[in-house]
Design a protein around this ligand. Sequence first.
Ligand code: AMP
Length: 398
Amino acid sequence: MLKIMAVNAGSSSLKFKLFQMPGEEVITEGIVERIGAEDAYYTIVVNGDKIKKVLPVKNHSVAVRLLLDDLVEREIVRDLSEINGVGHRIVQGGSYFPDSVLIDEDVIAKIDELAAIAPLHNHAHLIGIKAFIEALPEVPNVAVFDTSFHQTMNEETYMYAIPFEWYEKYKIRKYGAHGTSHKYVAMKAAEIVGRPIEELKIVTCHLGNGASIAAVKGGKCVDTSMGLTPLEGIPMGTRSGNIDPAIVGFISEAENLTASEIVEILNKKSGYLGVSGVSNDSRDLEACMAENKRCKLALDIQTKRIADYIGSYYVLLEGIDIIVFTAGIGENSSRCRRDVLKRLKVLGVEIDEEANTRQREIVEITTKNSKIRAFVIPTNEELMIARDTVRIAGLCAK
Ligand code: AMP
């Protein structure tokens, strides 16, 4: 049996999930938050109980040490040599990584280089990687990129109609994001309908605080809504999604702001929050949509734009067999799913209202007569990271 750690390192946090493979059971999971603070939070789930501690955690190395020591102390592992591999979620892999990869000096240098287009994420991932290499020098580390699944997009899809030199000089093109999630739910959907993924046309809607949609043909991504950065595509909690780029120039002059200040607003103060003025959380907007017009408007913009993408992917894929809803909103908001599917009536989509409100893990939410089947499928990016770590590091259970 193998023990594989899936890690997601952010600028001030480190999320972890320890899996038993190949059985795919979760042994434990948790998070270190507010890394760098005197009062950081450490949370670990042991036998279903959440244990929380407040303590100083100076940096990511201290966070990794804290976590590993705790695993031994709680006898979750007898000693650290029981951990066979560590898989790291990496947001931006550029064009370099069409698949997950064993981490070495060259991979580290490329992740660092790509921080130019994903500064917040890639730098934090590298700190996490280095902390694990330091703590577990004998253990293979695997990088699993959010962008890899989207590397099958063709040139006419990933290129922007901008001066070609920007692509040559700065590698500006569409890379997409959430690829690990899109791949997982597309594979799961094929498994559920009992057909080879090679035969299927699937649209996957990852609707969380960040949100993106992907068109998957024969198991390969052919288009996705996020672009060079996660700002492109559908509106999200605080991100605008697509806008007329000339707005940046206009607001720059009108409000005397720099381009990067405006991009910050488009990332952090726009989307559902910007339109509603109330919240970035669609639960809050749903709670007040009856009496607050701007809350309702934010949610209407959300479902319209999602339906727009699905419609355009219907054309691109020459039909759709399956639509999948996943992530926080996709898995939990029956209102969002209903509104989106109703807008797709012209494509022959027929929602099963009762099934759509059922609180179950995996559920089909269209009727038998529907021309497109729709499912709610919980995503599991950490499991994909653990699977890839086993595959790429060539690990075999003893
Ligand atoms: P994620 O990024 O996948 O963790 O999703 C987080 C988001 O899911 C939150 O910001 C919420 O807006 C949304 N969410 C979670 N539960 C619900 C719910 N019951 N209804 C609507 N939105 C929800």
